[in-house]
Design a protein around this ligand. Structure first.
Ligand SMILES: Cc1cc2nc3c(=O)[nH]c(=O)nc-3n(C[C@H](O)[C@H](O)[C@H](O)COP(=O)(O)OP(=O)(O)OC[C@H]3O[C@@H](n4cnc5c(N)ncnc54)[C@H](O)[C@@H]3O)c2cc1C
Length: 401
């Protein structure tokens, strides 16, 4: 980079990106494309698998549907970025190293931490041992295998948030022979407008999903779940979709984290305790005018892009700009042919407008399929990835007088 050369520095600046999910991939592709001609910047992406996990489609994997083979090293070809396949076991924020598979040590000058999140099976006793999750493609495949062998058994989905709703609808549609039970504190679709919520609930009803809201699952046992108050609900398979948790690696490295273990960032997405570490996606606690962002792909991809742009600006001796993001939709699939798309204000509160039925299913499919074509375009034209709603007055940062 020119500023480094002007300053007489010739050493290579090593940027290490951890996690090739929606956020980490966005960071890697953006950065690689923007520093392509800079020999003094090295970009390395570390991920557990070669294959990109389309996490928002894992309820499809869980019902035996084949997803596209999206190969990360192939996508990175021609960008100059290196790919390391392996499991990150430790980050040493003082020595600026990352341990992979316990025996490899990678050095960094700038770290981008995007290790995502997983289902919070630590929330109640027994969930870790007896419940299935949609945390990874392998987890979803194990569930698919179990569901395919259940016959006319009962599948209980514990957690009535949108992941639970999508999973319940998909399982009920693909396995009409099963009893599908959706349990949770809140009514399904509670964040939507009354009309959109009513549509979602009637779709679950049409698919034969038995919904019980206002209940608290307190334990998962080998053949049942226990509710607060002692009631037992029989279950041949339990899918845990209630809440998420993040890797303990950031906290163990001494990075400042919030109560959920997410890295607390400044407005430019740098760790408040270690500014050479950027945090993106579900693993980051990013404050906006409306509160701390919650984990989604719609917000995760922009965080990756912004981190990459900020790194390039910093290498050029410029100040990174504040990150701003406003939500714009909540698309919920209800099987393969139905969906609800709730349009939202930047703070994620619902607007009046929503789509339902086939139009909504088409919309949901289009946005779900988006990352790979988006990454492909960003490779050739990085600026194409830099457009997302900034949130207007909901995220405007007023300078102190
Ligand atoms: C079933 C389901 C449906 C969803 N639907 C939607 C939706 O419709 N819209 C939406 O916006 N969001 C949706 N989400 C949420 C969305 O998937 C997440 O917010 C998003 O995946 C977060 O992206 P990320 O890049 O932060 O992390 P991830 O996508 O989780 O990627 C993290 C990556 O890091 C890797 N990794 C983790 N730990 C390690 C380690 N120690 N070493 C090496 N690699 C590691 C993982 O293997 C993975 O490749 C859904 C989630 C689920 C589970």
């Amino acid at each position: 980079m020119s500023a480094q050369k002007e300053a007489g520095r010739t050493t290579t600046h090593r940027v290490l990106i951890l996690g090739a999910g929606y956020a980490g991939m966005s960071a890697a592709i953006q950065l690689a494309a923007r520093v392509e001609r800079c020999e003094d910047v090295q970009v390395t992406l570390v991920n557990a698998q070669d294959r990109f996990t389309e996490r928002l489609r894992l309820h499809m994997t869980a019902t035996g549907q084949q997803l596209a083979e999206l190969n990360i090293p192939e996508l990175l070809e021609g960008t100059g970025a290196q790919f390391v396949r392996g499991w990150v076991t430790a980050v040493d924020a003082h020595a600026k190293t990352v341990r992979v598979d316990d025996d490899r040590v990678l050095h960094y000058d700038t770290l981008v931490y995007g290790l995502g999140s997983v289902a919070d099976t630590a929330a109640v006793p027994g969930a870790e041992d007896h419940a299935y999750t949609l945390s990874s493609a392998q987890d979803a495949e194990v569930l698919a295998d179990r569901l395919a062998r259940l016959g006319s058994g009962t599948a209980v989905i514990a957690g009535s948030g949108l992941t639970g709703v999508e999973a319940a609808a998909e399982i009920a549609e693909r396995h009409p022979e099963l009893n599908v039970v959706l349990l949770g504190r809140a009514e399904p679709g509670s964040a939507l407008t009354p009309k959109a919520k009513a549509y979602l609930q009637s779709a679950l009803d049409r698919l034969g999903v038995a919904v019980r809201s206002g209940v608290e699952v307190v334990k998962v046992l080998p053949g049942s779940v226990e509710l607060e108050g002692g009631e037992s609900v029989a279950a041949d398979a339990v899918l845990w979709t209630s809440g998420t948790r993040v890797s303990p690696l950031a906290a163990a490295a001494g990075l400042a984290v919030d109560e959920r273990g997410r890295i607390v960032t400044d407005t430019a997405l740098r760790s408040v305790s270690h500014p050479d570490v950027y945090a993106v996606g579900d693993a980051a606690a990013i404050r906006q005018g409306y509160g701390v962002m919650h984990g989604t792909c719609q917000g995760g991809m922009p965080t990756g892009v912004h981190a990459a742009v900020s790194i390039v600006r910093t290498l050029k001796g410029k100040q990174p700009k504040p990150f701003r993001f406003g939500y714009y939709h909540t698309p919920v699939s209800l099987g393969r042919h139905d969906a609800v798309v709730q349009f939202t204000r930047p703070d994620d509160s619902p607007r009046k407008v929503h789509l339902t039925g086939r139009k909504a299913a088409w919309y949901k499919e289009t946005v779900s399929a988006a990352p790979w074509p988006t990454f492909g375009r960003m490779k050739k034209m990085p600026a194409s990835g830099a457009f997302w709603p900034r949130g207007g007055r909901f995220t405007r940062i007023r300078s102190a007088r």
